[in-house]
Design a protein around this ligand. Structure first.
Ligand code: OOB
Length: 551
């Protein structure tokens, strides 16, 4: 395995192979088989209508792999990939897989930070594939940064390199007649995901061919994907969720079709759903809000859409209950992490399970512990930290021995940092983060719990609760909300009244309410609570009735 990665212990690896989870097939070789099986079927569709068949994709990857090799990209070298949602992304990745080079997926929103990421994080790649993503021109960044980044040998761009700059090469100009390449080892790293931590620089998560092939295959089975599946890739393709849960790779594995949406807005996605008769997609709760708002007014025919997976942050019950009736689809809740573990609700689960839980692990070999602060398992129904290990969950971050010592237990369980409870039937319910707690006069208040109640207010569309430093109590509860244009304006007394009526203890009621237009987002499109907490720290105590501190 690549130097700096932590392999699974031999006995665990042996078990996963014997059980048939790990089949020793690389992702590049799998695509070869899919091309043989599904030949002239359409595999990929760009938003501009470009269509690529399985056979064409296979050939495209071979030609690109030869081009990368010709430029000097060697097996096991890391290549930072930041491409928009287009067929090229898939071709580039599978070309690198065939070469045995290792893409590092950087989400588009890491763009501005990539120089810092480059210098201080172990990505340190010699090769970079950026492009203009959602309005951000990486090429301008490249031009500004190249003089500062002497390690970078080549920058490949998907579009027009647009000038004479040294080091910029068009991907299209790379393609060459295929060359014979040695087959990489399936137990080795196929690509790196970056961890979503908002606290520090991202950590690198190695994903092997064996583990990712398994993840996509098992989730494709749960989602009952087939040749008729038309999947809309709405979230940035570098994100684990649309890439392989079962996402793009899962759909390609069964001969389905992937359609790429350049952005998640209803204006972009609804016409694509209609035009391509999309059957399935995956989104995050913030996008669900946009789609629910627009669905009632749209003239577009969304009737082909059958399943919408929602995950990545808590989907509150009130919103969950609107999805099936208002979008006319089946909801599947997905809890997951770039590090591995995935839990899904199943299509035949009782409605309450689908609406109020984040589902069960996708693999029978996923091991889960819910523990207290002393790592002792707690009974079902009690909230504790989720620890996990299994056939597609990492055993260590790349080149991070110190961090690994605290992020994993001695017996290899990953400490997710998520607070969950388990239902008697084995579903996971996410209750917050270990650190997402406001400690108010010694009482611990889960931000997620208060947020859930806040979103029940008819005038509140989204809510984020953070701590506001307080001289007396240590911390007070500060609720940021995005108001719903169609509902009554939320006020602090009104919100407190509602939450009290819903049975929330007095000490959990917000002390302060701030109504904002939009939330700041992290690189992974989650609400950036660090920014909100910093803002809360700057708020003066006191303030007008309804908007300031409760007295
Ligand atoms: C997904 O992956 P990451 O790595 O961006 O973030 C993982 C974290 C989890 O540890 C949890 O804190 C949160 O995101 N999360 C959820 C959630 N799904 C993820 N919190 C509440 N409810 C959910 N359904 O976010 C991710 C990866 C693969 C599939 C789906 C999401």
């Amino acid at each position: 395995m690549l130097d700096g990665c932590v392999p699974w212990p031999p006995d665990a690896a042996e078990r996963y192979r014997e059980a048939g989870y790990w089949r020793g097939e690389t992702l590049g070789a799998l695509l070869r088989g899919w091309a043989e099986r599904y030949g002239d079927r359409v595999a990929l569709v760009g938003d501009d209508g470009t269509r690529v068949t399985y056979r064409e994709l296979d050939m495209w990857c071979d030609r690109l792999a030869a081009g990368f090799a010709g430029q000097g990209v060697a097996p096991r070298e890391r290549v930072l990939v930041q491409l928009p949602n287009t067929p090229s992304f898939v071709a580039v990745c599978f070309a690198l897989f065939r070469l045995g080079a290792v893409p590092v997926f950087a989400l588009p929103s890491y763009a501005v930070r990539s120089c810092g990421t480059w210098r201080s994080c172990p990505v340190r790649s010699r090769w970079w594939i950026p492009d203009e993503v959602r309005g951000f021109d990486h090429r301008a960044l490249v031009r500004d940064l190249l003089p500062e980044l002497p390690r970078v040998a080549r920058v490949f761009v998907a579009g027009d390199p647009g000038g004479e700059e040294d080091g910029l090469v068009a991907l299209a100009a790379l393609e060459q007649d295929p060359v014979a390449l040695p087959e990489p080892d399936a137990s080795d790293v196929a690509f790196f995901l970056l961890s979503g931590g908002t606290t520090a620089l991202p950590k690198m998560i190695p994903r092997t061919h064996d583990d990712y092939a398994y993840q996509t295959r098992i989730t494709a089975g749960i989602c009952e994907l087939g040749e008729d599946t038309v999947y809309l890739a709405v979230l940035p393709v570098e994100f684990n969720f649309p890439w392989g849960c079962p996402g793009i790779i899962g759909v390609l594995g069964v001969g389905g079709r992937v359609v790429f949406a350049p952005d998640p807005t209803p204006q972009t996605c609804f016409p694509l759903i209609e035009r391509e008769r999309v059957t399935m997609t995956s989104v995050i709760p913030t996008i669900v809000h946009l789609w629910l708002d627009a669905a009632g007014r749209t003239g577009h025919d969304l009737s082909s859409l059958d399943v919408v997976q929602v995950g990545s942050s808590k989907l509150h019950d009130e919103v969950a209950a609107r999805i099936e009736p208002e979008l006319g689809v089946r909801l599947q809740q997905v809890f997951g992490m770039a590090e591995g573990l995935l839990t899904f609700t199943r299509y035949d689960d009782p409605r309450q399970v689908v609406l109020t839980t984040q589902g069960r692990p996708v693999s029978p070999a996923d091991e889960i512990r819910v523990v207290d602060g002393d790592d002792r398992e707690v009974p079902d129904g009690t909230v504790g930290e989720l620890l996990t290990r299994g056939p597609y969950t990492l055993r260590g971050y790349y080149r991070a021995p110190e961090h690994n010592a605290s992020a994993f237990t001695a017996d290899g369980f990953y400490r997710s940092g998520d607070l969950v409870r388990r239902t008697p039937t084995g579903e996971i319910v996410v209750e917050g983060r270990v650190k997402d707690v406001v400690i108010r006069g010694g009482d611990k208040v889960s931000a997620t719990e208060v947020e859930g109640h806040l979103t029940a207010h008819p005038g509140v569309q989204q809510a984020a609760v953070v701590a506001k430093p307080d001289r007396v109590l240590g911390e007070k509860i500060c609720a940021y909300v995005v108001a719903d244009r169609d509902g009554p304006a939320p006020t602090l007394p009104g919100v407190r009244r509602l939450l009290r009526a819903r049975g929330l203890a007095d000490f959990k009621l917000p002390d302060r309410l701030e109504v904002v237009e939009v939330f700041p987002l992290t690189g992974l499109n989650k609400v950036d609570k660090k920014v909100l907490a910093a803002r809360a720290g700057l708020l003066h105590s006191g303030g007008g009735a309804g908007r300031g501190d409760a007295r």
